[in-house]
Design a binder for this molecule. Structure first.
Ligand SMILES: [Zn+2]
Length: 258
């Protein structure tokens, strides 16, 4: 049994077909990630329709384009009360496309990230974090919320950030990027993550792994990334699948069967 710990089913043309294909490929759990207020209800209805789909509710840094505070986060807090919601996110920091002089955009992202980490603490939920080009600020934010845990998803930052997060009890998730020829830095991180902190994901519909690179990604393709990681770590696919599934249920405790 393998789990896709991060997918955006609501951005696929035919999510039900993609789920069927994934189950046939041996993928039997899906965390469907919300990125904004309109997407919240889409991920909630997908989770309501499928017993093997869970949802997260949050506000992606690239969607945070204006100052937000207090009541701007009520839609998240309300979503977190639904039983199918197992995490806050995705949230985080993405400075990749922000121009250096645009300090305001960075601050909006920081404030939204900070608010969502606080909600996670109040609701006792883990957090799904996106970080790109923002290592120092991500590290500082995790440290200032040391009682909150979660996963750094689709990880592409340095080992130093991974290590800082691991020290705080966080998990690190590998996407199809780890299979890309030019991603040796990501492979170096993937080799070093303790196996009991490793997760695997598609981030579908983006970033399809080799040999599907360039196609629309879908949860069934998480098998390719898992096979690649198993080989990289010198363990069997079955072992990798079992370990990452166990990790998933430990981190996202609400997914555990009652
Ligand atoms: Zn995502």
């Amino acid at each position: 049994v393998l789990i896709d710990s991060h997918c955006h089913l609501n951005f696929l043309d035919a999510p039900d077909d993609a789920l069927t294909a994934a189950r046939e490929a041996g993928v039997h759990g899906f965390l469907c990630i919300g990125v904004d207020a309109p997407g919240r209800d889409q991920v909630l209805s997908l989770a309501a329709a499928h017993s093997d789909v869970w949802a997260s509710v949050g506000w992606h840094p690239e969607s945070v384009k204006a100052p937000a505070s207090g009541a701007h986060f009520d839609w998240i807090d309300e979503g977190l009360r639904r039983p199918s919601v197992v995490a806050v996110g995705e949230t985080g920091l993405d400075y990749y496309q922000i121009e250096d002089g645009d300090a305001a955009r960075r601050r909006y992202q920081q404030d939204a990230f900070d608010a969502q980490l606080s909600l996670a603490r109040e609701r006792r939920l883990p957090v799904v974090v996106h970080t790109r080009g923002a290592e120092a600020d991500t590290r500082a934010m995790l440290r200032s919320h040391a009682d909150v845990q979660g996963v750094l998803h689709c990880f592409t930052e340095s080992w130093a950030l991974a290590e800082a997060a691991l020290d705080l009890g966080w998990y690190v998730s590998m996407s199809g990027i780890v299979t890309f020829r030019n991603a040796s830095n990501v492979r170096e991180v993937a080799e070093r993550i303790p196996l009991d902190r490793l997760l695997v994901e598609t981030d579908a519909p983006w970033l399809a792994p080799v040999p599907k690179r360039g196609k629309t990604n879908e949860p069934a393709y998480v098998v390719h990334t898992a096979r690649f990681l198993a080989e990289l770590r010198g363990i069997s696919y079955e072992e990798l699948a079992a370990i990452t599934t166990e990790n998933f249920h430990r981190l996202f405790a609400r997914t555990q069967p009652a």
